[in-house]
Ligand binder design. Structure first.
Ligand code: GSH
Length: 418
């Protein structure tokens, strides 16, 4: 059924075989054309360290990995890593370097005590993490310079209340810093933080969550807020904070591991018909239900995937599968093609479920969602984008999804690996 938030899903569900026409030959030209369009739309980057250059770089780099040109640099890096685009590898990496260098310069000229210095998706930590990846992919030994800057930010986010708005969520807080460290570890095949650094960040997240839950008299052990709101979803909420604690669970004391599992189970109990409200304690109104990566099942699925991979308990996989069913019904979103609250973000849940179960049904579903992105119905009926190049709201995340659709065994939601 068509609603104000999503298009009706009129695709037949999987009948036991994949459809023809979703192969490299069909998808690769769409990817290449979309990248060219993104590159044409980029704002001019600031030049040297003189005042005008600094101001220009700062404004074009606003938005961090989420909405700024740093996210485009990540997309180009991601495409460059695919063997299917080996011919364009050097060109994409050189463009990525130009963009991320401008963002790194803007970070250096920014306010030294800015709130976003240690932020992953909205600030400095994300920029230095992506600069590290791009330099490393180019074979440059000086990748250790941005990596050193990333590591130094660990001390910035270690104090329990280092940000007034909330110090623990994914975009600006400690969960984001840990998420960036996880991405670097996986892609560089080396741990980038020392065990003591990891422990100090995890401990601060635990202390902060215990203090908040106690102060607000919650009947469960860990809770957090961001700008005063007790979010549950992946964007600013409990689920991605717990996901990061599970990703580093071997660094936690057994008693703290227990608190994390209790919190995971508590969150599982908050499910309302395969979905979760954006805020703790809200009732989901069907008319206004959010089925987004940022708020709701398509983002919370990643926590339960991680919980399943760590514990092997089937209830976590079952929860994840229910997230996928809801996303199949309500994930053809009208808010655009992006990964935060758009169609590609929905489709990534199917790629996650494919990796967890090996069931081709999920490839089929991801392919149908990809197909929908190129229909007249979608183009005419979806909202006009604020920025076509944004990694999270625009087409850069969509490009990552299309690349991952061609290599589903390695597919991962951008910068949010399980
Ligand atoms: N500025 C955004 C865009 O152009 O795509 C739209 C904002 C948006 O959709 N925000 C998400 C959301 O769920 C959270 S990141 N908003 C609340 C709503 O849709 O009711």
């Amino acid at each position: 059924m068509d609603t104000k938030r999503c298009f009706a899903n009129r695709f037949d569900d999987y009948q036991g075989s994949l459809l023809a026409g979703q192969c490299e030959e069909a998808v690769a030209p769409l990817v290449t054309a979309t990248i060219e369009r993104i590159l044409q739309e980029l704002p001019p980057l600031g030049g040297g360290p003189e005042a005008r250059g600094a101001a220009a770089a700062a404004s074009s780099c606003q938005g961090g990995l989420y909405g700024g040109v740093a996210g485009v640099a990540y997309m180009l890096y991601h495409v460059s890593q695919s063997p299917l685009f080996a011919g364009a590898r050097e060109r994409y990496l050189r463009s990525a370097k130009r963009l991320i260098d401008a963002c790194a310069r803007a970070e250096e000229w920014g306010e030294p005590d800015a709130d976003t210095r240690a932020a992953f998706l909205l600030g400095g930590a994300g920029v230095y993490a992506v600069a590290t990846l791009v330099y490393h992919a180019l074979g440059r030994s000086d990748y250790v310079q941005p990596l050193g800057k990333f590591r130094a930010l660990c001390a910035v986010c270690a104090p329990v209340s280092f940000l007034e708005c909330g110090s623990d969520e994914l975009f600006v807080g400690r969960a984001g810093y840990l998420c960036a460290a996880l991405v670097l570890k996986q892609k560089l095949a080396q741990e980038v933080l020392s065990p003591a650094q990891i422990k100090s960040i995890c401990q601060a997240i635990l202390d902060s969550g215990k203090q908040y839950a106690m102060k607000k008299r919650k009947p469960f052990p860990l809770m957090y807020s961001y700008y005063g709101t007790e979010y549950l979803g992946a964007a600013h909420g409990l689920s991605s904070i717990l996901q990061m604690l599970l990703s580093y669970h071997e660094h936690l004391k057994p008693s703290d591991q227990e608190l994390v599992w209790q919190s995971v189970d508590f969150l599982m109990e908050q499910e309302q018909n395969c979905n979760w409200p954006p805020e703790l304690g809200e009732a989901i109104e069907r008319e206004n239900e959010l089925v987004h990566w940022c708020h709701g099942a398509p983002g919370i699925a990643y926590l339960f995937a991680k919980a399943y991979l760590v514990s092997k308990k089937p209830q976590y996989l079952d929860t994840c599968i229910r997230c996928g069913e809801l996303t199949w019904q309500k994930g053809l979103l009208k808010k655009g093609p992006g990964i935060c609250h758009g169609v590609a973000g929905s489709a990534y849940v199917f790629l996650l479920l494919y990796r967890l179960t090996g069931n081709s049904k999920y490839i089929y579903r991801a392919q149908r969602f990809a197909e929908f992105l190129f229909t007249e119905e979608f183009k005419a009926g979806s909202r006009v984008l604020e920025s076509i190049y944004s990694l999270y709201e625009g087409f850069s995340g969509t490009v990552c999804f299309l690349i991952d659709l061609l290599q589903p065994n390695q597919a991962e939601f951008p910068l949010f690996s399980v």
